[in-house]
Design a protein around this ligand. Sequence first.
Ligand SMILES: [Zn+2]
Length: 99
Amino acid sequence: MDRYNRRRAGGYVFDMRFAFDPDDFDLDRDFPLGDGTADVEGEVVCPYCGEAMAVGLDPGSGPRQDYVEDCQVCCQPWRVHVEYDADGHATVTATAADD
Ligand SMILES: [Zn+2]
């Protein structure tokens, strides 16, 4: 019974582990990290001050990432969500972290 429950919860655990322990996954198979096409920079609009700015990305952290980063202009904390598509193009969004 325990084992069954753990497996049902596995999808969520998998996503969380992806961000922190990429060595456990064969990223090259599903994600074009190795050929240099993954974006290393994205543009976001600050949800607080409305400034658009470039943020540095780390493709090695996985195709889906969530983390907190401070605005470079107004220093408010964002919750940043990064999602890479199969071509290595990153879609980056920033939302207010204290919602
Ligand atoms: Zn700002």
